[in-house]
Design a protein around this ligand. Sequence first.
Ligand SMILES: Nc1ncnc2c1ncn2[C@@H]1O[C@H](COP(=O)(O)OP(=O)(O)OP(=O)(O)O)[C@@H](O)[C@H]1O
Length: 307
Amino acid sequence: MLEVRNLQYQYSDETEFALDVPSWSCSEGARVAIVGRSGSGKTTFLKCLAGLLQPGEGEILWRDERVKGAEERLVPGNDKIKLVRQDFGQDPHMKVVENLRKYILSHDDDARADRIKKWLNELEISNLEQRKAKHLSGGQLQRVALAQTLLAEPEVLLMDEPFSNLDPVHKHDFIPALRELFAKEKMTTISVMHDPVDALRIADQIVVFQDGQIIESGTSEEIFRNPKNLETARLFGLISVLSVEQNNAFFNHPLDKVVLDKKVWFRPNEVVLSNVKAKYTVQRKLPMPGANWIEIEIDGKLIVVSE
Ligand SMILES: Nc1ncnc2c1ncn2[C@@H]1O[C@H](COP(=O)(O)OP(=O)(O)OP(=O)(O)O)[C@@H](O)[C@H]1O
């Protein structure tokens, strides 16, 4: 189990932000996605987990062993919990295979070659083996950086926006392939995701950050269908938010399914235009796959429903 107890971190030159996680854990082999607005503390949390920052308070335990902070080791970091490098860490003038070789110096040549082949193959980038890093695209570099981290065979893999440089077509196939790979390797993975659909596809468990704190965590199903607060609902796509009075005044059949923060909220596919009884004006039609969404204004309030 990966466990966080009373974790607090503050950057010395940033007084507005503080990471504060009283308690959080995930089981071994879990696939976790961390979501939250920009600046909510997702990356800071990952860096604490990886031992790359020194928490001001609290502790992180992996398999009951305390993860040392950055100031407690000669080289910051942890052998068992690894964060994929955001800068990719590749020497641009070296070939991919040469770059990767640097990270497993302790093994003999054959074993090194085998392991590099295995991970290039698993990540479907064997074709890049002899290419120089400077000739790779952002998406290719991102996968090489992932291969580099996996070569170290971490028990917990941390990824910060692992698909940010991949185009939607590659992402479509790559996410399920990765999920399968992590399951096969029985690896615990924690990924920061901006795209909610990516988060739902890769993870079984979702953690939501706001202002340095975890405001909600649960299974993907729970978080998507029954979020406890509006911040979470907003992160998972377009929603409309109404007061109880507006809900009663706008619709023939007022919504009774979810009331959060004393508000009624819904996704466009959950309300059809024929349910609107109040006088409205159409602002914009939004053709979406499988449905036509329509943005309407009622009494100065913009909402999006299905046509
Ligand atoms: N090295 C740093 N020094 C000072 N402040 C920092 C540093 N890194 C991040 N911060 C600040 O800490 C807060 C949290 O940043 P963090 O990168 O953890 O957020 P995030 O949720 O990962 O954001 P994003 O989604 O934009 O990557 C922000 O206000 C950010 O400006």
